[in-house]
Design a protein around this ligand. Structure first.
Ligand code: ACO
Length: 328
């Protein structure tokens, strides 16, 4: 095996807020049904952050879990990288909020904005920084999509949830890390999935609030088609570049936006569903949070074991995408 970048995953962790919103709860809020949501998306419930619970609070909880599993003190960390599109504040970054909670001043901390691909973008940056940092790096994927969801729009609100996943990576000379990793983006398609207001393009005003322009606006059907094609092709390319025969991939952990998108991606990438870790039913789409949460779930249940070859693939707003093959 030829390693593209060596690193060792020392620990993983995750956090989901306490409040659970089921499909039956949603039936009372918008014109929808448990049957429609389950059949069209595979989602049964999602977790919703409390009013006073921010993205960094979820990451802080997931980080404590990951540090414990890694057997590390927070002071051992050399950097914090957060993939999110629902930062606590536009600035300071969520990474800086997390750093403050972990009480480890001095090390670099920042956010990466790549929507559902945010965790894979963060991993790409973290693994390239490892040689110079030479200490463990905390990579988080986390989103509180409930905070930017239009709860009157049945086309989007049934999909979204909140949660955080954390992975701690460290330099190693062992035969593990990335065999391949690729990222991509196509800004020309950005308006198919967008939060219009709140940035410099359209600053917040009474009008933007009245028109619901701070919530997710998406063309679900269009996104579906692009997601299947792009995530599938990225997975195929990552497998080819890794040099691993497709049948030797032990587990696929895809971004979890819709069960049907995952199924179609598996067909396109020729990865069997039996080797795909699907967790969407119990948390919905948490954007950058889905891959590290599903990965942590698989690792903690022993579904992914040391030396397994794991495929990641994601697609999200921007549009952005990424895929990688790693040896755990
Ligand atoms: N309950 C009941 N009916 C609904 C609902 C609902 N919640 N939502 C839509 N419908 C209706 C539509 O109005 C439409 O009715 P019509 O035929 O009378 O016009 C019908 O169901 C079919 O609608 P479609 O949009 O064609 O349904 P589709 O099978 O495409 O599923 C979905 C819609 C689930 C949104 C799908 O397109 C999808 O998952 N797209 C990808 C979304 C995604 O991944 N977004 C990422 C956002 S997160 C981020 O990146 C920040």
């Amino acid at each position: 095996m030829k390693f593209f970048r060596r690193f060792k995953i020392l620990g993983t962790g995750s956090f989901l807020p306490e409040k659970v919103l089921t499909n039956h709860d949603l039936e009372k809020m918008v014109d929808t049904s448990d049957e429609w949501i389950k059949t069209r998306t595979g989602i049964e419930k999602r977790h919703i952050a409390a009013n006073n619970e921010a993205t960094s609070d979820m990451i802080f909880a997931a980080a404590k879990d990951a540090l414990k599993n890694a057997g590390l003190a927070a002071s051992a960390l050399g950097a914090i990288i957060v993939g999110t599109v629902t930062p606590d504040t536009m600035f300071p970054s969520t990474g800086c909020w997390v750093q403050r909670k972990l009480d480890i001043p001095g090390i670099p901390a920042f956010d990466v904005s790549a929507a559902c691909s945010g965790f894979l973008y963060g991993m790409e940056i973290a693994t390239s920084m490892l040689p110079s940092i030479d200490k463990p790096i905390l990579v988080a994927g986390a989103d509180a999509l409930s905070k930017i969801t239009n709860w009157q729009d049945r086309g989007t609100c049934v999909l979204m949830g909140d949660g955080a996943g954390v992975v701690i990576i460290a330099p190693t000379t062992e035969d593990r890390g990335y065999l391949s990793s690729l990222l991509g983006a196509d800004g020309a398609l950005g308006e198919l999935l967008i939060q219009h207001a709140g940035g410099s393009r359209m600053p917040a005003s009474h009008e933007t609030v009245d028109k619901n322009l701070h919530t997710i606006d998406m063309k679900g059907n269009e996104i579906f088609k692009h997601a299947v094609r792009t995530m599938g092709d990225a997975a195929v390319e990552a497998i080819a570049k890794s040099g691993v025969p497709p049948d030797d991939i032990d587990m696929f952990v895809p971004h979890q936006a819709n069960h049907r998108i995952i199924e179609a991606t598996c067909r396109r990438a020729k990865v069997p569903l039996s080797k795909t870790h699907i967790t969407i039913s119990w948390h919905g789409n948490m954007s950058a949070g889905t891959i590290p949460i599903a990965f942590h779930d698989a690792v903690s249940k022993g579904i992914i074991k040391r030396d397994d070859k794991v495929l990641f693939a994601a697609f999200g707003g921007g549009f952005t995408w990424g895929a990688s093959v790693l040896v755990f």
